[in-house]
Design a protein around this ligand. Structure first.
Ligand code: GCU
Length: 335
């Protein structure tokens, strides 16, 4: 797997250096074809929204900017495609905000459990100035955020033990994204965190390397985790957005009109995604129940919230997050 990924990485670099594909031309007369990488299947709602983004960009630039999608983690894990976006070997990537934590510490906020009270709170913040500020924090490391996509709420699922309270996690190896905040969250709740990239989770579950994971409902169906994990518990401990990032140099080389087109297309694809997402979650839940025999459990969230209070205290104080933490929390409803 690793060798294969290194080969694709090298190929992507060679493509960038020697093909006319990604261009540095500012002119709108030339057609620029840009690459967008992500790790979901073509059936996944986010892929559909990225197809819509590409369609809108092409339309709004009168065909001067085309975007080719590389789904399924073809170009590597989230960490790897972020690195490719830094160098410009790929132009865009859609990644989880959790994966961005090691590139800009402020992104750690999004992995903070119970940062958002609910979906409305999440949308209010993500459509506001805080998110716009955060998108710019990575321009010094080579890329910028363009927009966000709803990735639902993250909940625990295991092979056969329903997680009804933090104590149920004791002794269980729970896969988390490679994010220091997610690791701390599991430690505080009493489980054993096992960070790994998304593409490895299915096999790790199947082979018993991990006992469970945490994610939205589409992981059960689109990624087949429901074939192995039969207990899904609504701890709703995190609402982590997906973020669309773009190489900053390529951004700067675009004309004002092209920048405007990409900005609008990004925003419109987020609105498109909101609708697609709701339908996809309903479908995934029904399918997991009826076709995969997954049991969905309602849990009392209070003990989980209590367990992670020390993390909230830390985020309220830390230099990188204190200001935004306060702004986000004061917009909440407390529910
Ligand atoms: C979500 C998210 C992905 C991410 C995955 C994960 O599904 O949309 O971008 O890779 O979580 O847990 O790694």
């Amino acid at each position: 797997m690793k060798t294969w990924l290194s080969i694709t990485f090298v190929c992507a670099l060679i493509l960038t250096l020697f093909s006319g594909c990604s261009t540095t031309a500012k002119s709108e007369d030339k057609t620029i074809t840009m690459r967008l990488a992500h790790n979901q299947a073509e059936t996944h709602p986010v892929h559909k929204s990225l197809v819509e983004f590409a369609r809108l960009v092409e339309k709004k630039t009168n065909g001067s900017v085309k975007i080719k999608l590389y789904p399924n983690g073809q170009l590597g894990s989230e960490r790897e495609v972020i690195e490719l976006t830094q160098t410009g070997a790929v132009d865009f990537a859609k990644v989880s905000a959790s994966a961005l934590e090691s590139f800009s510490p402020v992104y750690s906020l999004f992995s903070l459990p119970y940062l958002f009270d609910n979906r409305d709170h999440f949308y209010k913040v993500m459509k506001g100035p805080v998110a716009q500020d955060i998108y710019k924090t990575t321009t010094n490391v080579g890329f910028r955020g363009l927009t966000f996509y709803d990735a639902g709420t993250r909940n625990f699922y295991t092979k056969n033990k329903a997680i009804m309270k933090p104590a149920d996690l004791k002794g269980l190896k729970i896969r988390v994204q490679p994010s220091a905040t997610s690791i701390k969250m599991i430690e505080l709740m009493g489980g054993s965190p096992t960070p790994m990239s998304f593409g490895e989770v299915y096999t790790a579950l199947q082979q018993g390397v991990i006992d469970g994971s945490e994610n939205n409902e589409t992981a059960l169906t689109d990624n087949n985790h429901g074939q192995v994990a039969k207990q899904y518990s609504y701890s709703e401990h995190a609402i982590v957005p997906d973020i669309l990032i773009m190489n900053n140099k390529k951004w700067n080389e675009l004309s004002q009109k092209q920048k405007q087109a990409i900005t609008e297309a990004a925003k419109e694809s987020t609105a498109f995604h909101k609708v697609v997402w709701e339908k996809a979650i309903d479908k995934a839940t029904k399918e997991a129940k009826t076709k995969m025999n997954v049991t969905f459990n309602k849990v009392d969230k209070e003990p989980f919230k209590k367990a992670v209070e020390p993390l909230h205290k830390e985020f309220a104080k830390k230099k990188a997050t204190a200001r935004y933490y306060k702004e986000i929390r004061t917009e909440g409803t407390g529910n």
